[in-house]
Write a protein that binds this ligand. Structure first.
Ligand code: NDP
Length: 293
């Protein structure tokens, strides 16, 4: 039976450490990290995410600023707001909640964010810095997944990792992060042949597919570590709904050495890493070392 990697606890511990670090930033340097979150429209899921981000940011001592804009907000207004926030020294992180309404060009908006304040790590400059090993901002979900892997394994050098999924927000940055840690990395996707056999070679499996329970226990090498990034809401036989990952937990937990559950695995780490990136950005902007936890 696999060890369950408790992402909820890991995220709570990380926030606890950050609270201490942010308190010493204030005490020693009078720095209060600032995170601006922009929400356009009324998407209910986005409203919940934004609320949680703001609440957790405040709990850690981050100054959280929310811009809730009407669905009809035009692109020029949004670009102007981003420009103002880029110039504002009190704001270290800018996050534009996706999806944006259809009349707004998301790429144009995301690319307008100062890369040094791009706490989501989606700006092409940060994508480039990650792939060349530079000092950019790292996307939150892959960063949280890596932190849990490093906590469990220590050094990842030489391990065989398979990332299932090649999206810009999860699969590709995860590939780069694992490569930086000297893993031998394979990226599988919808066109991969014999995917079960490819996955069965892995010491580390990261599943970011968006297909409920695609990866079965029979695909997993005994003792492998499984990071399930997927969040899928499915209907149960009783007509209710529940969240499942991209891995079939019941069968995988019997074979894996360690596994993240859904919910309570990667999900909580994503927000914690957004706050972590905001703290990192605040230290860089003010040219100070990150305080000890
Ligand atoms: P995308 O839809 O952008 O990418 C999915 C990837 O999976 C694609 O590369 C696709 O391949 C591949 N894929 C799809 N079907 C298969 C298949 N049958 N076999 C192999 N590969 C397949 O998804 P995201 O990366 O944005 O998200 C992935 C999952 O992670 C989702 O469940 C999402 O909800 C979740 N997520 C969770 C987060 C968290 O905080 N925990 C944050 C972000 C995402 P191809 O490129 O060939 O089409």
């Amino acid at each position: 039976m696999a060890k369950i990697i408790d992402g909820k606890q890991f995220a709570a511990d990380l926030r606890g450490k950050m609270t201490t670090q942010i308190a010493s930033l204030k005490e020693q340097h009078n720095i209060v990290p600032g995170l601006a979150v922009v929400l356009v429209g009324e998407d209910p899921a986005s409203q919940v995410y934004v609320r949680n981000k703001g609440k957790q940011a405040k709990e850690c001592g981050i100054n959280s600023i929310e811009h809730k804009l009407d669905e009809s907000t035009d692109e020029a207004f949004l670009l102007n707001l981003i420009d103002e926030m880029n110039q504002d020294p009190a704001i270290n992180g800018i996050l534009v909640q996706l999806p944006l309404p259809k009349h707004i060009d998301s790429d144009k908006v995301l690319n307008a964010i100062d890369p040094a304040k791009d706490v989501d790590g989606f700006h092409p400059i940060n994508v480039g810095l990650l792939s060349t090993g530079g000092k950019g901002m790292i996307p939150c979900t892959p960063l949280g997944s890596l932190m849990m892997l490093q906590d469990y394994h220590g050094d990842l050098t030489g391990m065989n990792a398979v990332v299932v999924g090649r999206s810009n927000i999860v699969g590709k940055p995860m590939f780069n992060l694992l490569l930086q840690q000297s893993c031998t990395v394979t990226v599988a996707h919808s066109r991969t042949k014999n995917i079960e056999e490819v996955v069965r070679e892995a010491d580390i499996v990261v599943a970011a597919v968006g297909v409920p329970e695609l990866v079965k226990g029979s695909w997993i090498k005994p003792g492998a570590t499984v990071i399930d990034v997927g969040i899928n809401r499915i209907e149960t036989d009783e007509g209710k709904t529940k969240l499942v990952g991209d891995v079939e937990f019941e069968s995988a937990v019997e074979v894996a050495g360690a596994i993240t559950p859904v919910p309570g695995g990667v999900g909580p780490m994503t927000i914690a890493c957004l706050l972590y990136n905001t703290m990192v950005a605040a230290c860089r902007h003010n040219n100070v070392d990150m305080p000890e936890a």
